[in-house]
Design a protein around this ligand. Structure first.
Ligand code: HPA
Length: 274
């Protein structure tokens, strides 16, 4: 042991490596209600986060919290099923630990998926959106604190968090599959409350197309590490109310379910073509 305390990500990586030497090429974070992909890969091994020291445990019902190692069409991948959110009470640095550890496993790219509310009036429940940029001004930065130069620089350039080539690949995959795909800006709020009508108005005025409670902080932490990131949002409901699109809760569930399946197909196709 050196004279310095090991960083939490080193301890976590060591704990993962004690369990498997699997070398994933792509990391995928599955958003709320988008866990279907976990049942649709050739699984090699699973590691519940509860068995990893220092790992945050998801307190959200239905969020399992595990790494799943396996193959999608012969491409080695690691899935994070059941991420933790800032609103659960963990410091933001802990919230991004699972994606930092994924990056340290040696993946070449990370795909972040999420469910979010729509702000762009041309969207509807079920719209899939390729994230082109983000706004995290309403959540703390995971980079606050002494800079860890093993991860990245003190003042990282965040002008292109979402990789342009991967965005093009996502659009090609969507075209190939005949799946409609929009582009847009994702804005992260802390949650857990949804938005008030005035907040919705404000976020839309700021140029955001979707609002959610995850992903942005992960994007910042991964950009800091120089990781290639792709982000895909599934619009599950229209946060903005002055649209002509009216629907019932049951209808939203149905649409979200269907869109979740489309998103699953899209992610698989991107991995295949990677
Ligand atoms: N706001 C924030 N997060 C969300 C929403 C929303 O409207 N819908 C799904 N996740």
């Amino acid at each position: 042991m050196g004279d310095k305390k090991m960083a939490d990500y080193d301890l976590a990586l060591q704990a993962v490596r004690a369990r498997t030497d699997f070398k994933p090429r792509i990391g995928i974070v599955l958003g709320s209600g988008l866990g279907g992909l976990a049942d649709d890969i050739e699984v090699v091994t699973r590691i519940p986060c509860s068995e990893l020291d220092g790992f945050p445990q998801s307190t959200v019902e239905g969020h399992k919290g595990e790494y799943i190692f396996g193959y999608i069409d012969k491409v080695p991948v690691v899935l994070m099923n059941g991420r933790v959110h800032y609103y659960e009470g963990y410091p933001i640095q802990k919230v991004v630990l699972p994606v930092r550890v994924m990056a340290l496993m040696g993946v070449e790219a990370i795909i972040l998926t999420n469910a979010a509310g729509g702000l762009n009036t041309s969207f509807h429940p079920g719209t899939l959106m390729c994230i082109t940029d983000q706004n995290t001004a309403f959540v703390p930065s995971p980079l606050v604190g002494p800079n860890d130069s093993k991860l990245g620089v003190r003042f990282p350039d965040v002008s292109a968090i979402y990789d342009k080539e991967l965005q093009a690949l996502l659009h090609k995959a969507a075209d190939d599959l005949g799946i409609e795909l929009a582009d847009g800006v994702y804005l992260q709020i802390t949650g857990p409350a949804y938005e008030t009508p005035n907040e919705v108005k404000m976020y839309a005025m700021l140029g955001a197309d979707a609002v959610g409670m995850s992903t942005g902080c992960e994007g910042v932490a991964l950009c800091h590490m120089g990781m290639r990131v792709l982000g895909i949002t599934c619009i599950t409901d229209m946060a903005i109310v002055n649209t002509t699109f009216e629907t019932s809760h049951e209808e939203i569930q149905k649409v979200a379910n269907r869109a979740g399946k489309q998103l699953q197909k899209l992610v698989k196709e991107v991995v295949k073509q990677f």
